[in-house]
Design a protein around this ligand. Structure first.
Ligand code: ZN
Length: 231
């Protein structure tokens, strides 16, 4: 109950902060391509994968007392909530409860996430992660895609702008990693988002205290990519 009240409060604060994306004012990313939907567009089907399992096989990184899988689970659930309230989107998550474990090995865990998206099939796939580095000074948000100058590449740019504006992390840009399974095996445009560094104290504070802001940043990035207005 207390959690619900906190959520409503956060929403009110979030609504007060609604503003158009400032993408056009960031020169290094100009021009960011958008995906304009045709007139008969109905819904974008978005697969939101919360990256890792709660424990054991395919568990995530840790830093500053935080576990990646807990942060990404909650950010994914908040993102689902935002997308469910917007009739222009339909959404499915890979982990439905904090304890849900996908797969029995690292490989089958990743395969289950990809299958969720491919069998739906989703129009877009977002895999949500947190980063870690042995150097605690390394910080910021980044996105990984299969190939440069593609729809997922531009979507990644919009998502990073959304996150850095809403959650206050540094924009490290979109990077290429064609070896990542979830980017290779998904049949739709796919973006792997690293929200921030658990091993950096400032990022960890944000990842702990502003999970709603990260979800909202991803959501605003999707809106901006599609050229949609906020509701
Ligand atoms: Zn991860």
């Amino acid at each position: 109950m207390q959690q619900k009240t906190a959520l409503i409060k956060r929403r009110e604060v979030a609504a007060a902060k609604l503003r158009p994306c400032k993408a056009n004012r960031i020169p290094k990313l100009l021009p960011i391509k958008q995906k304009k939907f045709p007139e008969n567009f109905s819904q974008s089907l978005t697969g939101a994968d919360q990256g890792h399992n709660p424990q054991g096989i395919n568990a995530g990184a840790e830093g500053n007392g935080l576990r990646e899988q807990d942060v990404t689970y909650q950010v994914g659930m908040y993102l689902r909530e935002l997308l469910e309230e917007d009739p222009r989107f339909a959404v499915r998550v890979s982990r439905h409860t904090p304890n849900e474990i996908l797969g029995t090995s690292n490989a089958t865990s990743l395969r289950a996430r990809v299958q969720m998206a491919n069998s739906w099939p989703a129009d877009y796939f977002l895999s949500i992660h947190c980063n870690a580095n042995s150097n605690p000074a390394i910080n910021g948000s980044e996105a990984y895609v299969y190939q440069a100058n593609t729809q997922p590449y531009w979507l990644g740019q919009h998502i990073l702008i959304g996150i850095t504006q809403q959650a206050g992390t540094r924009d490290n840009g979109v990077r290429l990693n064609p070896s990542l399974y979830v980017l290779r095996k998904t049949t739709m445009p796919a973006v792997l988002v690293e929200l921030g560094y658990l091993t950096n104290q400032a990022d960890a504070q944000r990842l702990k205290n502003d999970q709603w802001g990260f979800a909202q940043g991803i959501y605003y990035g999707l809106l901006s990519y599609f050229g949609f207005r906020t509701l």
